[in-house]
Design a protein around this ligand. Structure first.
Ligand code: IPD
Length: 264
């Protein structure tokens, strides 16, 4: 049985190695190997190579642990589970935009205890161990507090399915006039770290999966933010909201009547 800090050290080492591999091997326009739900959902050969490398390193160090990965699905049944997004922000990766990340979280008996988000092109490795704070380059992170809804800079993202996007656009049309402005980075993991670092005030999105928000959610929470779904639910693929207490509730109150957990 490891400690949260021990898991974090291993997760960080692996996320850095995967990031180095991806940077070294990333061609100008990585070949698109396959598509997921629609042609804009690119999955590159390097996405798979990154997950294979991460899985191999976890197996070497912790052969009994379970792994949930975006590409390889769920394997193993240990009480320690690694939740892996080998490249979050695959479209940014394809286009050479700077917000793509390797995201690795460690969950022990259902609780996320360590998380690392390596935003590779920015050279930024965000980390958190439960109860130990969120960190970037030796600096402890604190989310912005006391920001009212009308002055909040809010990050969000959109799914790949047209029907989902139609509803997301409808929800956005109600949100945009009520806040300072909206940002769309293209990486949910990076968005959550941006909340942690005070680069945006809040984040909401329908669609991100465990591997998108497990590590970034812990980092945001350890920086003082609340992370959750609607109506008291934990963060989940139906909707994830993240902001400092106060703004978190304001965002919830704005979003809930818009019924954002649906698709057209
Ligand atoms: C996507 C990114 C994007 C978000 C999408 C995710 P992927 O992850 O996090 O910001 O808006 O909902 O699916 O597909 O690049 O790993």
């Amino acid at each position: 049985m490891g400690t949260a800090t021990g898991y974090l050290e291993l997760a960080e080492r692996i996320a850095r190695e995967a990031g180095e591999m991806l940077l070294a091997k990333r061609p100008e326009r990585p070949e698109v190997l396959a598509t997921k739900s629609s042609p804009t959902d690119v999955v590159t050969a390097l996405d798979r190579a990154s997950e294979e490398l991460i899985r191999a390193r976890i197996k070497e160090a912790r052969p009994d642990d379970a792994v949930l990965g975006e590409e390889g699905g769920a394997t193993g049944d240990g009480r320690v589970r690694w939740i892996v997004d080998p490249i979050d922000g695959t479209v940014n990766f394809l286009y050479g935009l700077p917000d793509w990340a390797v995201s690795i979280a460690v969950e022990v008996e259902g609780e996320i205890v360590a998380g690392v988000v390596n935003v590779v092109p920015r050279g930024e490795v965000f980390t958190a161990a439960r109860g130990e704070g969120a960190w970037l380059a030796g600096e402890r992170l604190r989310c912005n507090t006391g920001v009212p809804l009308e002055r909040a800079l809010v990050a969000t993202g959109f799914g790949y399915e047209p029907g989902r996007r139609a509803v997301q656009a409808e929800v956005l049309a109600h949100v945009l006039p009520r806040v300072r402005d909206i940002r769309r980075s293209g990486s949910a993991a990076s968005d959550l770290c941006a909340v942690a670092a005070g680069r945006v005030d809040g984040y909401y999105e329908r669609g991100p999966q465990d591997w998108d928000y497990a590590a970034g959610g812990l980092i945001a929470a350890e920086a003082g933010a609340r992370v959750g779904g609607l109506n008291g639910k934990p963060a989940n693929p139906e909707l994830t909201v993240c902001a400092a207490p106060g703004l978190f509730e304001e965002l919830q109150e704005l979003l809930a009547p818009l019924d954002p957990e649906r698709d057209a």
